[in-house]
Ligand binder design. Structure first.
Ligand code: DUC
Ligand code: ZN
Ligand code: ZN
Length: 476
């Protein structure tokens, strides 16, 4: 036995109990009371603390080209930040270029990841950019053979799919044991509204929200669900943000369909008001919050919380996609330094990979949801949905020792300069108070966060293979 975490309270998705946790060769080797250390065992006192599985962030965009730049965190700095927030696995989106065989994209990005050196384990989701021919569509098979069984289609953006391509992707994915995620927004309505507002000279970040308001996402959520039902395929809606979509997912699940939804902390904490005023009190401007989909109104925020409580929302993830403030300012003056900008010339995305687990655990600590629910949506369910529950997502004998020791009495106020570990120059989470915080994080039994600093190693993280997706109904 290499490590013995003694006297803490183990939290799983379904139960909470006092136990010691032993780690041998990077795996959880025993869970029980009064476990005895060996001569060389490191013993950690966890009295008064919770022992949780490391979170899995099923939605990140590290090193992603977007809006004329590349997201600020790469596979190292982004995973360093993740580790310091108790996330021990990420799933990074990589999107296929037109005409590019999907497997070439995968090989290229695995090479990039290896070069940048992730601090924790990772896998990929393949963003479907070209399924215009049978050959391109069947390119998914090689990706599944390589151990990646999750794909994502976009209903918006120039590289997005039309409904026919979406339907064929869903159909083929379900034949080969893969799960399709969707970024659901109505492209045509969005484009119409963008043009309308720009013609009217309405260029401020508020119109980013106005051109992607609740129903723009809600309609697309409903259509995506209909297409999945027609194709007889499972579906995963990423970053669900609106009440209409929550109702649609609830209905489909109640009817027995394998429809799953993810939401993100930003939709549970902020509202559309940030596009009017930013958060002046901590130096954040409206453009700093521009991400897609944008934050919605309070009714949607409340519906998402309710969806988490009732099991309609299955997972929490971040959509971590950081851009520097000078890039966010391209909404005022564009990259060339002279052309006036507008809400469409702001790179879309915000940071969050370090904040997801502390945020949801803090909400649990305040009594909004149970700790079990927080573990379920941030660790256990993403592990199941993305086919890595054979090694991750729970405190269980035989699984990787990706462990968070959580101190419910340690209060931390997010301060980008003082206590955050990514590469970004700001965070939308600035000044947010967390009641309770991770005080130690382990990846494969190795300490990666000591409660203050990153103490892991660049390059220690490895690619994790996903098994095939077989779930036929709404239960995982
Ligand atoms: N939304 C974002 O905010 N950033 C990257 C991609 C996306 O869909
Ligand atoms: Zn998206
Ligand atoms: Zn995304």
């Amino acid at each position: 036995m290499d490590l013995l975490i003694k006297g803490g309270k183990v939290v799983t998705a379904t139960s909470t109990f006092k136990a010691d946790v032993a780690v041998t060769n990077g795996k959880i080797s025993a869970i029980g009371t009064n476990l005895k250390p060996g001569k060389k065992t490191e013993v950690v006192d966890a009295k008064g603390k919770y022992i949780l599985p490391g979170a899995l962030d099923g939605h990140t965009h590290m090193a992603m080209p977007f809006g004329g730049t590349i997201s600020t965190d790469d596979y190292f700095t982004g995973t360093r930040a993740a580790a310091c927030g108790g996330t021990t696995t990420i799933f990074n989106f990589e999107t296929q270029a037109p005409g590019q065989p999907m497997i070439d994209l995968v090989n290229e990005k695995l090479e990039l990841a290896e070069k940048q050196g992730p601090a924790i384990d990772f896998s990929l989701h393949v963003g479907v950019g070209d399924v215009t021919t049978k050959e391109m569509l069947y390119g998914m098979d090689k990706v599944v053979d390589a151990g990646i069984t999750s794909f994502k289609v976009f209903m918006v953006y120039d590289f997005g799919v039309d409904d026919g391509q979406f339907y064929s992707t869903l159909t083929h994915a379900s034949e080969i044991g893969a799960l399709v995620g969707v970024h659901a927004e109505n492209n045509d309505v969005n484009k119409f509204l963008v043009n309308k507002y720009l013609e009217e000279g309405k260029v401020e970040p508020w119109y980013h929200y106005m051109s992607k308001y609740e129903a723009v996402a809600g309609e697309a959520d409903e259509r995506a669900i209909n297409l999945a039902k027609m194709a007889g395929a499972p579906l995963y809606i990423v970053h669900l943000d609106n009440a209409q979509g929550v109702a649609a997912v609830a209905k489909a699940r109640a009817e027995g369909y394998p429809i799953f939804a993810e939401t993100c902390p930003q939709y549970l904490y902020f509202t559309k008001e940030v596009y009017k005023n930013g958060r002046k009190e901590v130096g954040l401007r409206p453009q700093d919050f521009v991400c897609s989909p944008p934050m919605k109104g309070k009714e949607s925020k409340d519906a998402l919380w309710e969806g988490i409580k009732t099991g309609v929302v299955s997972t929490l993830a971040t959509d971590h996609c950081p851009f520097l403030q000078k890039e966010k300012d391209w909404g005022i003056v564009q990259k060339d330094g002279k052309t006036p900008g507008n809400f469409t010339t702001i790179p879309n995305g915000c940071a969050g990979v370090e904040n997801m687990y502390p945020f949801i655990l803090s909400e649990a600590n305040k009594g909004k949801i149970s700790f079990n629910k927080a573990v379920e949506i941030a660790a256990t369910n993403p592990a199941k949905l993305f086919g890595v529950d054979y090694c991750k997502g729970a405190i269980e004998v035989g699984l990787d020792a990706d462990i968070v020791i959580y101190d419910p009495k340690k209060n931390v106020t997010i301060n980008n300069k003082k206590n955050q570990h990514g590469a970004l120059d700001h965070t939308v989470w600035e000044g947010v108070e967390c009641k309770g915080y991770p005080c130690a994080v382990y990846s494969h039994g190795n300490l990666v966060f000591d409660g203050k600093d990153f103490v892991g190693k660049q390059g220690a993280g490895k690619f994790v293979k996903q098994k095939k997706f077989k779930t036929k109904g709404p239960q995982l």
